[in-house]
Design a protein around this ligand. Structure first.
Ligand code: SF4
Length: 68
């Protein structure tokens, strides 16, 4: 699993940080999300998916690594 946040869409609600703070943080200046762990450990995936559902701006994008 790989995470990116679309900074243009992010409204700084902080839901992702509240849901899984070991993966997301917020910038001090504008409150937009920062991805601390773009490739999060498997034990956080359920919470990461929850954060995706809770994000009011649909700014969190998940992708799956498809390495050969
Ligand atoms: S939940 Fe969505 S809108 Fe809120 S800070 Fe996180 S990425 Fe930004």
């Amino acid at each position: 699993m790989r995470i990116t946040v679309d900074a243009e869409r992010c409204v700084g609600s902080g839901m992702c940080v509240l849901t899984v703070g070991e993966v997301f943080d917020q910038r001090e200046d504008d409150g937009r999300a920062v991805v601390l762990r773009p490739e999060p450990p498997a034990e956080t995936w359920e919470l990461v998916r929850e954060a995706v559902d809770l994000c009011p701006a649909a700014a969190i994008v998940l992708s799956t690594d498809r390495r050969p």
